[in-house]
Design a protein around this ligand. Structure first.
Ligand code: GLU
Length: 381
């Protein structure tokens, strides 16, 4: 039996479309017939009962051509102003191509802050839920005109993964200019083979992706793997497929080439999905092998298991948890600020009480605030 899931069986699908697919780089205009074909694929899945969401890039590229800006790199404020012009056009184009199928489109522009801050995240999530309930298709992009360097996603691969977990989607499709992840850079190595299914994003997979950074477009394979980690840890399957062909979603449904990144079947709570997707962890806790086993068995992280504390974080901030070999084990919301964490690391619970002069719970990260990533095969480092 094939291990490939079937596209039409997914209940909620996020489709990410990059600028290089949507905009013809010579003409600077939208590739209309390609987009119409994609919209037809989207409508087919939508009419089959699935919820569809689109994460679309293209505002800067489109704005640039509408404003007839010269080629060459743009300064930050120039890209932001170009995005302001391009985003209006982009929203209109999506609205029209979906309207051809009787589907309403709703524009949502988000910044990193909107998804990192829980209250804003919940707000965006309920807007998306309402649109889907009304059978509209949310069309989402980063709010490029206001996102400053510090609060930028910067690439829509990670934004799409964040949106997918936020919307509790069960599938994220990254349409790319390459048809999947290869075991070597395909442009340089004719023997490079496509990897059809990735069960776990291991350090080997990350290394392969680093080498295969063959794409010209923003993002590249590295950010796609980053997206795969966010998606699969948050309970969403992901796939990378070529968007260079007409009807790219139909091609996947027909068994076309692509790379699937599978999520383990365990349901993930909404809160944990948010934690798993945090893009700006404020610090790192390195833990010993015993604590790694405890975490994988579903326990909380106790101060005794922490061997190293890095970063400036406050109580409640997201931190990355790494094993003794520096491999990421998971992410969580830490119960102490960095200074206290440093004081109590490696200490038993009664010690912690006397060091901090408090009584009560002493977990460094409570299990409810902790997301442990899928466990890959052990690798010698
Ligand atoms: N938000 C950017 C745009 O619409 C694109 C970012 C990306 O493609 O990753 O132009």
């Amino acid at each position: 039996m094939s291990r490939r899931p079937r596209l039409e069986n997914f209940r909620r699908i996020v489709v990410k479309v990059g600028s290089s697919l949507l905009i013809d780089s010579d003409a600077g205009e939208v590739r209309a017939s390609w987009l119409q074909a994609l919209a037809a694929d989207i409508a087919k899945l939508h009419n089959g009962g699935s919820d569809l969401l689109i994460v679309s890039s293209g505002s800067i590229a489109l704005g640039r051509s509408r404003l007839k800006l010269p080629r060459g790199p743009l300064k930050l404020e120039e890209s932001q102003a170009a995005a302001a012009v391009g985003q209006i056009a982009l929203a209109r184009i999506w609205s029209e191509v979906l309207d051809d199928h009787g589907i309403g489109a709703g524009q949502i522009l988000v910044t990193l802050q909107d998804t990192e801050e829980r209250r804003r995240y919940l707000n965006a999530r309920s807007t998306i839920a309402k649109l889907l309930e009304w059978r509209a298709v949310p069309v989402i992009n980063e709010n490029d005109t206001v996102a400053t360097n510090e609060i930028r996603y910067g690439d829509n691969d990670r934004l799409a993964a964040r949106v997918a977990t936020m919307a509790s989607a069960d599938l994220l499709v990254l349409l790319s200019d390459i048809d999947g992840l290869y075991d070597a850079p395909p442009a340089q190595n004719p023997n490079a083979r496509l990897i059809p299914v990735v069960d776990t994003v291991t350090s080997e997979i990350e290394a392969v992706a680093g080498d295969a950074a063959s794409e010209l477009s923003r993002g590249g394979m590295r950010t796609k793997i980053e997206a795969a980690k966010i998606a699969t840890t948050g309970g969403t399957h992901m796939l990378i497929a070529s968007g260079k062909i007409e009807h790219p979603l139909q091609a996947i449904a027909d068994g076309g080439r692509c790379t699937w990144f599978l999520t383990p079947a365990n349901p993930v709570t909404a809160r944990k999905r948010w934690i798993a997707g945090s893009l700006e962890p404020k610090g790192t806790l390195t833990i010993d092998a015993g604590a790694v086993n405890a975490l994988r068995a579903g326990k909380s992280l106790l101060p005794a298991g922490v061997i190293r504390v890095d970063g400036q974080f406050a109580r409640g901030d997201a931190v990355v948890v790494r094993g003794p070999d520096t491999r990421e084990i998971g992410r969580g919301l830490v119960a102490y600020d960095a200074e206290d964490a440093e004081r109590i690391k490696g200490r038993s619970s009664p010690d912690v009480m006397s060091i901090l002069g408090i009584s009560g719970r002493s977990e460094m990260i409570h299990r409810d605030d902790l997301v442990v990533g899928p466990q890959g095969p052990e690798t010698a480092k």
